[in-house]
Write a new protein. Structure first.
Length: 182
C-alpha cells in the first residue's frame, strides 16, 4: 500500500476541496471565468501543474515495487527526468490541460484505494467522482481542447455557470455529509 489515506480523510479532503473551489466561482464569477478562459494555454500554469504531475510520477517510480522491472528503476527515473525537461522545452501546447489530466489520473488512485473493500454505501459517492475524474483526465490528455470548449460553454450563460458552481458545492457537501455519517 503506497498511500495511507483513509476513506474518512479522503471524503473530508475532497469535500472541502470541491466546496472551496466552487464557492469562489459562484461568488466572483467574472474573475474566475477570465482566469479559466486563459488557463488552457497558460504556460506558467502548465509548467507548475506538469511539474507536480512529473514529481508525483517520479516519486511513484522511486517508491513502488516494480517487480521484475525493479532492476530498471534507475533507467525509468532517468527517462522520466529527460521526458520532463523535453516536455517543458517542446511540448507547451495545452500543457496546463494535459497536466491537469495527469493529476486527475494520479489523484484518482489514492481515492479509489481509500474506498477499497469498505462496506459503507457512502463510499460510492467518492468512487463515482474518482471514475469521472479518470475519464476527464484521459480526455484532457488526449483532446485538451475539450476543456477549453467546456469552459466557453459554461461561461456563455449565467445559468450554466451558476448551475455548475452549485453542482460542485452540492457534491462537496454530499461528500462531507457522508463523512459525518461514517
Amino acid at each position: 500500500m503506497i498511500y495511507s489515506l483513509t476513506l474518512e480523510t479522503a471524503l473530508l479532503a475532497v469535500g472541502f476541496f470541491l466546496v472551496f473551489t466552487h464557492l469562489p466561482a459562484l461568488v466572483s464569477a467574472s474573475l474566475i471565468q477570465k482566469h479559466l478562459q486563459r488557463f488552457p494555454r497558460s504556460a506558467p500554469s502548465g509548467a507548475v501543474l506538469f511539474s507536480a504531475a512529473a514529481g508525483w510520477f517520479f516519486w511513484l517510480l522511486y517508491s513502488t515495487d516494480l517487480g521484475e522491472f525493479s532492476s530498471m528503476r534507475g533507467k525509468f527515473l532517468m527517462l522520466t527526468a529527460i521526458a520532463y525537461v523535453l516536455t517543458l522545452r517542446f511540448g507547451m501546447e495545452f500543457l496546463s490541460v494535459r497536466a491537469l489530466g495527469m493529476l486527475l489520473l494520479l489523484v484518482a488512485e489514492p481515492l479509489l484505494e481509500s474506498a477499497w473493500l469498505r462496506p459503507e454505501a457512502g463510499r460510492l459517492w467518492l468512487v463515482t467522482l474518482a471514475y469521472v475524474w479518470i475519464v476527464c483526465g484521459l480526455f484532457f490528455i488526449g483532446t485538451p481542447y475539450i476543456l477549453r470548449d467546456l469552459i466557453s460553454w459554461a461561461s456563455a450563460s449565467t445559468l450554466r455557470w451558476r448551475t455548475a458552481a452549485l453542482a460542485g458545492i452540492l457534491y462537496g457537501a454530499i461528500l462531507l455529509g457522508v463523512r459525518a455519517t461514517i
